[in-house]
Design a binder for this molecule. Structure first.
Ligand SMILES: NC(=O)c1ccc[n+]([C@@H]2O[C@H](COP(=O)([O-])OP(=O)(O)OC[C@H]3O[C@@H](n4cnc5c(N)ncnc54)[C@H](OP(=O)(O)O)[C@@H]3O)[C@@H](O)[C@H]2O)c1
Length: 268
């Protein structure tokens, strides 16, 4: 899909990955509708992007609030006239022992990572189908294909988003509306709070810069890719885990032991 001249709504726009995607889209001539909760951060980004000549609208809203996804789409369509591309990038993470995770935190994580993106797609789809064109990009995670210890609810929320993307892609075949699932690996943003970042270093996890993740997201849009898993050997592990999960079990169980002190610190 062509990015130049298109109107793109992106959630999580002020975040590490979302901000990098927004900058790249603006540079390529897209009009932007930026969404997240913190209005000041959003306005700072909008001002920066307008300064470089882009047409930018900032919509503040908590996508976890019931009804908010539909309201945001309605507002965006009213003000911008169209949405060519929806990028579901907002996300939150729970890290620690699941036995100690509060039910309210699990519910909130699913609301932001799974329910809200699905509701945003539900709200924008009639508009895209009526025009016979559109693109939806769901930002998942490598943990959405490989269930990772101490990230149980986070992994589950991204597994669900991946399943939704796959099913809807099949349902929408031939309509002109495409859906893409992009799965980053560990990326250096504030998403990974201190204890998670230290654990990633201790475990020697491969780490990407948000700009390189943004470049991959842009490439998936331009090439109309169905899905993309970022990083090597992570994309190989995704394949192996889907066919022979027992082969992957021993190395992740070993990792779980190394993660234990960090998970203990996180859930204290
Ligand atoms: N960083 C990684 O290691 C990594 C790896 C794999 C996948 N991912 C995925 O990549 C995506 C972006 O991650 P990131 O690293 O850019 O995270 P980030 O820097 O923490 O940014 C998250 C963004 O989501 C917004 N957000 C959170 N809750 C929201 C809510 N209830 N309503 C509206 N906006 C909300 C935040 O803004 P406000 O707080 O202002 O609302 C922020 O703009 C996420 O879906 C994440 O799961 C990240």
């Amino acid at each position: 899909m062509n990015i130049s001249g298109s109107t793109v709504l992106i959630t999580g726009a002020s975040g590490g990955i979302g901000g990098a995607i927004a900058r790249e889209l603006a540079w390529r001539g897209a009009s932007l509708i930026l969404v997240n909760r913190d209005g000041d951060r959003l306005e700072r980004l909008a001002t920066e992007l307008r300064g470089s000549g882009g047409k930018v609208m900032a919509l503040t809203g908590d996508i976890a609030q019931p009804g908010m996804p539909a309201r945001l789409i309605e507002q965006a369509l009213e003000q911008a006239g169209t949405i060519d591309i929806l990028i579901n990038c907002a996300g939150v993470q729970n890290f620690g022992f699941f036995a100690q995770e509060r039910a309210a935190d699990t519910a909130m994580l699913f609301q932001v990572n799974t329910i809200a993106p699905i509701a945003l797609v539900n709200a924008v789809l009639p508009h895209m189908l009526a025009r016979g064109t559109g693109k939806i990009v769901n930002v998942g995670s490598i943990f959405g294909s490989i269930g990772f210890p101490c990230f149980a609810s986070y992994s589950a929320s991204k597994f669900a988003l991946r399943g939704f993307s796959e099913a809807l892609r099949r349902e929408l075949a031939g309509t002109g509306v495409g859906i893409t699932y992009v799965a980053p690996r560990f990326t250096k943003t504030a998403f990974n709070r201190n204890v998670v970042a230290r654990m990633a270093n201790a475990l020697k996890m491969n780490q990407d810069e948000p700009e390189s993740v943004a470049a991959s997201v842009i490439a998936t849009i331009e090439r109309d890719d169905r899905e993309r898993y970022l990083g090597w050997p992570e994309k190989l592990f995704v394949r192996i885990n889907s066919i022979l999960p027992r082969l992957v079990d021993p190395s992740l169980i070993k990792q779980a032991a190394l993660m234990r002190p960090f998970a203990t610190e996180s859930t204290r």
